[in-house]
Design a protein around this ligand. Sequence first.
Ligand code: G3P
Ligand code: CA
Length: 258
Amino acid sequence: MPEDGFLVIAHRGASAYEPENTLPSFELAEELDADYIELDVHLTKDGELVVMHDDEVDRTTESIGKIKDHTLAELKELTADEDKDEKVAVSGRNEEAYEIPTLVEVIEEMKGDIRFVIELKDTEQYFGIEEKLVDVMSEYGLIGTDSKGYPKAVVHSFDEEALKKVHKIDPSIPLLQLISFDDGEEAELSKKKLKDLLSYASGIGVSYEALTPPFVNTMHGEGLAVYAYTVNDAEAALRLKAMGVNGIHTNEPDLLDE
Ligand code: G3P
Ligand code: CA
């Protein structure tokens, strides 16, 4: 990543304003000048990569059950909007825009307009998801940098084994290790953990309350970028920027506009 920037990564799209992980949410993030859109991927029963946060449809659709137990055709019957009527009324968009998108649909719709941070989740349920993801990234031209020198796509995950698999398949793909710290805990990493991270990751994504200036400096000294999630408070965002953090994940890509 360019060293001097402060990236705004739209978490599940502009998810404060549109239903998370839907095309309207990603389109709005682009309109609000986000640098990247963040999205989560899972595998359907018939092996398609779809974009949704949870591994089950219960919270964000009118149905229930695991993604892995639904075919893509079954998922396409659902509406990916927990507050459908309210949001559709506000945005005036067609309800069809709120279907569960495949990763390929999001890439085809958004590519060239914005960059991607793709999260691998629940990989123990999805045999071969790492290979499938790299195949799609390769086929749709997401590997490598754009004209501004930014990676067109980055993969992140809390699951270090999944990231290591991606690294093994294609070591040129930038990887961010997500790390969660408990409330009140300050971020720190053992020397052993740091050494391990440096063998596959370009940076880390950290729960922002845990970040401190010495920790950020230490990570930068090791050559690791530091991203903070999920920051929906402008004062906190400015504090993190002053700390030298490389960017934030936010539901509100316009958080720092004023
Ligand atoms: O932005 C980091 C974040 O994506 C990880 O948490 O639960 O929102 O996927 P989650
Ligand atoms: Ca995520």
